[in-house]
Design a protein around this ligand. Structure first.
Ligand SMILES: C[S@@+](CC[C@H](N)C(=O)[O-])C[C@H]1O[C@@H](n2cnc3c(N)ncnc32)[C@H](O)[C@@H]1O
Length: 222
């Protein structure tokens, strides 16, 4: 069990170092494949993938001819993504806050998401296991970075869990509908696309009664 106040960078660095990465999926996320096409992406548009780990979803988005930009704290995850998917050559550059790894139109910036360049904007954001990876005290700041990173008219596909937080310590944390509205309703039109008990979660989550996986599409209107 993890104390939320300790949910800092060191928590995730230790998780990767110790191989505690059960969140990683060997296949593309079914809700990405089902819902992202509804956002009507066009070739060359930019998609941001916060807290991306070594997710194969980056590859799926790249397959849509999008320019994909993942942000991930741990270099082990970033390097594993390119190596395991046999993507080479990988160009590496460094600035003050990030090491940027690039292959064709996939870039992963290794560093702290909260330091993302304020002037960079995207057409889409895809968030799976990112907002819910953060304890409640960090989610407002996370939402602020999301808000400033998406252009007006841009779309944000968000997958979260909702469950009784008293039954389990996160991550993943429960993020309920009220909170989604508190975080985003000032700047986004929010649409709940589905709310269902997920079928293929690991034993830790599956043992929870009343667990729901919820999918939202948010459109930036301000
Ligand atoms: C639960 S995992 C999800 C990874 C990915 N979204 C997926 O679906 O497999 C959360 C990831 O966020 C990364 N992370 C946590 N805090 C971060 C931060 N402040 N900046 C960038 N990455 C961060 C962790 O290293 C970890 O790989």
């Amino acid at each position: 069990m993890f104390a939320p106040l300790l949910m800092d960078s060191q928590f995730w660095i230790t998780a990767w170092n110790e191989g505690r990465t059960n969140f990683h999926q060997g296949n593309y996320h079914d809700k990405l494949v089902e819902y992202f096409p509804q956002l009507k992406p066009e070739e060359g548009q930019r998609v941001l993938v916060p807290l991306c780990g070594k997710s194969k979803d980056l590859l799926w988005l790249h397959g849509l001819n999008l320019r994909v930009h993942g942000i991930e704290l741990h270099n082990q995850a970033v390097e594993a993504f390119f190596a395991e998917n046999e993507l080479s050559p990988v160009k590496k550059t460094q600035d003050q806050d990030f090491a940027h790894y690039t292959h064709e139109n996939i870039a992963i910036s290794c560093g702290d998401f909260f330091k993302l360049n304020e002037n960079d904007t995207y057409d889409f954001i895809y968030d799976r296991a990112a907002l819910v990876a953060l304890p409640s005290g960090m989610r407002k700041s996370y939402a602020e970075v999301i808000n400033r990173s998406l252009r007006k008219g841009g779309k944000y596909l968000l997958v979260v869990y909702e469950y009784d937080q008293s039954k389990l310590d996160g991550p993943p944390f429960s993020v309920d509908d009220n909170e989604i509205h508190e975080l985003y309703e000032d700047q986004f039109a929010i649409q709940l696309m589905e709310s269902k008990q997920p079928t293929n979660e690991g034993p830790r989550l599956s043992s929870l009664g009343g667990l729901k996986q919820k999918v939202y599409i948010l459109e930036k209107i301000h």
